[in-house]
Each structure stands twice: as C-alpha cells, then as structure tokens.
Design a protein around this ligand. Sequence first.
Ligand code: APR
Length: 253
Amino acid sequence: MREMDDRIKILSDMIAASSRIVAFTGAGISAESGIPTYRGEGGMWNRYDPNIYVNIDYFMRDPSYYWSLFHDVRYDVLRKARPNAAHAALARLEKRGKLTAVITQNIDGLHQLAGSRNVLELHGSTRKIYCLNCGARYTIDDVHELLKKSNPPPCPNCGGMLRPDVVFFGESLPEDTLARATEESENCDLMLAIGSSLVVYPAAWLPQRAKESGARLAIINRGSTPLDSIADVVISASAGEALNAVVPGGPDS
Ligand code: APR
C-alpha cells in the first residue's frame, strides 16, 4: 500500500500548494451514496439502453418509458440518497477558499446538498421537472404523485407535457453553464477529476483544457480512464476514502 500512500501525499501537497482548485465529478462520486454509475460493474447502461431511456427523440415520441423507470427505480434511489464523504470533502475545500467550483456531470444534486455553492451542472438536474407548455416547475415528489394517476404525467397547471431538466442524449449542454465551466477549467491551478470514466464529450474536454491551460490534473477513480496518461497523479481508490485522506477535517478524520 506504500505506493497509494505516496500518491495521497503527492496529491495532499498539490492541494496545499493550490488556491484555485476546480473539481470535475462523475457518477463514481455518488456511488457511495447508493446511486448506480452508468458504466462498469452494475452500471445503468448494462441494464437500460440509453438510446431509449435518455434519448430526446425517443422521449418526445414516448415519454412513458422514462417516467415508468423514474417511478419504479430512480425516484426511490434519489429520495434516499444523501451526500457522502467525498461530496463533504469538496464542500470543505470550497469553505476554506481553496476550491472555486464543482463542475459535475451528475444530475443528482448531492453536491448542493453537501453544501457546495458554486456547482455547475453540465447535464442538468433530475430533481427539477418542468412543463414544456407553460413552464411550471415541479419536484420529484410532485411527479411521483402524478404518476400514481397517469403515465405520462400531465402538467397540473395546463395539462401539457412534463420533462426533467436534464440533458438527454441528442441535446446540447446548457451554453452558459458550459461557458462558465470552460472558464473555470482554463483558470484553475489544479483540477481534481473524480469518479468519471472521462469518455463523454464535450464534458471530458474540460480536464484536458485545464491541463492545456497550465493546471495540474489529478484523477481519482476506481477504474482507469483515457486521461490517466496526461494526469500528474492518478489515485485508483474510492472517492470518499481518497478525498477524506487529502482534505482532512471530515467527521472520521
Ligand atoms: N469512487 C471512485 N470512482 C468510482 C466509484 C467510487 N466509489 N465507483 C465507481 N467509480 C468509477 C467507475 O469505475 C467509473 O470509471 O466511476 C466511474 C463512473 O463512470 P460512468 O459511469 O461512465 O459515469 P460518468 O463518467 O459520470 O458518465 C458521464 O455519461 O451517460 C452519460 O450523462 C451521463 O453524466 C453521465 C456521463
């Protein structure tokens, strides 16, 4: 385990020397909160076809498939999910004035629940649902109730079609959020890429932009990623364990 200790020490020293850290997170950071990842062992895409489940053309033709999975599977997972040690460590780092932004691919809202304030949600939030016709906004609890009566759930205000405020496959990322995330990536002195397979674009450009702009790049991920070769340090460990080690002050440190 000596090699792991060495890598933790290297990353701890990098964090100590940095003042403009940006975290870039993926589904792996929420795995310890009970939210399944998309790829790898037990991943969502091993069980559901993303080209049906979260494809905009399919959703607009037949939203009932998305909403039945929401009702049967996702709602309970989201309702029970709480931030874990990794989310808490990033919130601590921001409170200490060391971290300027969390850029996340996740749609679970756990960074905000952990207390992070500057969170850029590249793929939106599954906790936010709105009506395509009148724009009325609803929570996951509202929609879960509506689904008990009918699927797809009609907007209580105007009867229109509801959709989650997430980026479906086939849609582009929110321009303003991507622009802010790009600026943060280009101006940070250390990027922590945590719990992402780093295979989905344009999100996966951001750690590369950070590196090209002169920042150091640290990857914390259980599995290998295509960017490991350009990283300054790669820590193959669980996000909670690694971040607790490099950002002391957590409940069990
Ligand atoms: N700690 C650290 N890493 C973990 C943990 C953990 N506890 N558990 C799993 N991992 C790693 C996995 O090995 C995997 O490499 O997290 C990574 C998660 O990768 P993906 O499931 O591909 O998730 P992500 O990179 O966020 O996917 C990007 O793809 O389908 C789209 O829109 C979806 O935002 C998502 C995007």
